[in-house]
Design a protein around this ligand. Structure first.
Ligand SMILES: NC(=O)C1=CN([C@@H]2O[C@H](COP(=O)(O)OP(=O)(O)OC[C@H]3O[C@@H](n4cnc5c(N)ncnc54)[C@H](OP(=O)(O)O)[C@@H]3O)[C@@H](O)[C@H]2O)C=CC1
Ligand SMILES: O=C(O)[C@@H]1CCC=N1
Length: 278
């Protein structure tokens, strides 16, 4: 089973589905082999702009004869979405890929059938630019060809990494799934601080964005590690040293750890279902 012959249906046509669909089309995937279902005609209309893919307001019809069904809905509506496609997934033995935070393989097999082949993954929004980071974990029913298929689909929008334990996906959610928001928050704080120092908002914003881009590129492209890159900015007795000392004194590392622990706990709560998932 190759990507060329696979029919891939997205259930849910929101931000993440459009990111992945955009990446697949960009990497040369045939639009005719892609389908998306969403109850909202407006959401579907946004996808139409990406290419000539098949669009459905009915999940079940979209999943008929699908090779791969990608569940791209919020965890809170996952149960309803699964119920709407269960018969089609069972009939076509489709590989099911879920991108939902928290939702466990066990709960998906309870909703879709105990023997359903499921790849649970956690992408992130930079997938929209082909710069995503996705971690994957497969249920034991997933065969090597399906594993390769799942990897190829997510690799169309960035790097992919298989994790050995399903619980690792909650940590990945806290790290790279939610991670873009942490960097944006830090950048927002830098812009506000720059404004309070008297810079214009436009100037502070432009300098912050370019600094983030430059730092990210150095982190990716340099042959030295992050600590060394940081040391090279930090002149002895200089300004960076003073700022870093302040970050350390005020417990930045502990704060990052606490925030990521909170995100991971929330992912686990969402997986536990019930009230906690809402
Ligand atoms: N956003 C992110 O950074 C990341 C999100 N995720 C996960 O991806 C999933 C989707 O998130 P995201 O794309 O941001 O969410 P969106 O809300 O943008 O997309 C979900 C889409 O599903 C539609 N929908 C609602 N109910 C159904 C249904 N029963 N059947 C089919 N479609 C339905 C929604 O319509 P309507 O808008 O009308 O409700 C919406 O268009 C979530 O589970 C999230 O945990 C994973 C990694 C990163
Ligand atoms: O905030 C969330 O729950 C989702 C999962 C990771 C990023 N966004």
């Amino acid at each position: 089973m190759s990507l060329d012959t696979a029919i891939i249906t997205f259930v849910g046509a929101g931000n993440m589905a459009s990111s992945i669909i955009g990446g697949l089309l960009e990497s040369g995937h045939r639009p005719a082999a892609l389908r998306a279902a969403d109850p909202s005609p407006e959401n579907l209309a946004r996808l139409r702009k990406l290419g000539d893919i098949e669009l459905f307001e009915d999940n079940a019809t979209a999943c008929e004869d699908a090779t791969v069904v990608i569940l791209a809905v919020k965890p809170q509506v996952m149960a309803a979405a699964m119920a709407s496609v269960r018969d089609q997934v069972c009939a076509s033995n489709a590989l099911v890929i879920s991108i939902a935070a928290g939702t466990t393989i066990a709960s998906m097999q309870a909703g879709l059938g105990e023997q359903t082949a499921i790849v649970r993954c956690m992408p992130n929004t930079p997938a929209l630019l082909g710069a995503g980071a996705t971690a994957l974990h497969a249920s034991e029913q997933v065969d090597p060809a399906q594993r390769e298929l799942a990897e190829t689909i997510l690799a169309a929008v960035g790097i992919v990494e298989w994790v050995p334990a399903e619980a690792d996906l909650d940590a990945i959610t806290a790290l790279s799934g939610s991670g873009p928001a942490y960097f944006f928050l830090f950048m927002e704080a830098m812009i506000e601080a720059g404004c309070r120092m008297g810079l214009s908002r436009n100037c502070a914003t432009a300098m912050t964005r370019q600094t983030a881009l430059g730092a990210a590129r150095m982190a990716m492209e340099s042959d030295v590690d992050l600590a060394e890159l940081r040391r090279r900015v930090t002149s002895p007795g200089g300004t960076t040293e003073r700022a870093v000392q302040r970050f350390e004194a005020d417990g930045l590392s502990a704060l990052v750890q606490a925030a990521m622990d909170a995100a991971r706990e929330r992912a686990a709560e969402m997986g536990a279902g019930g009230e906690a998932a809402n």
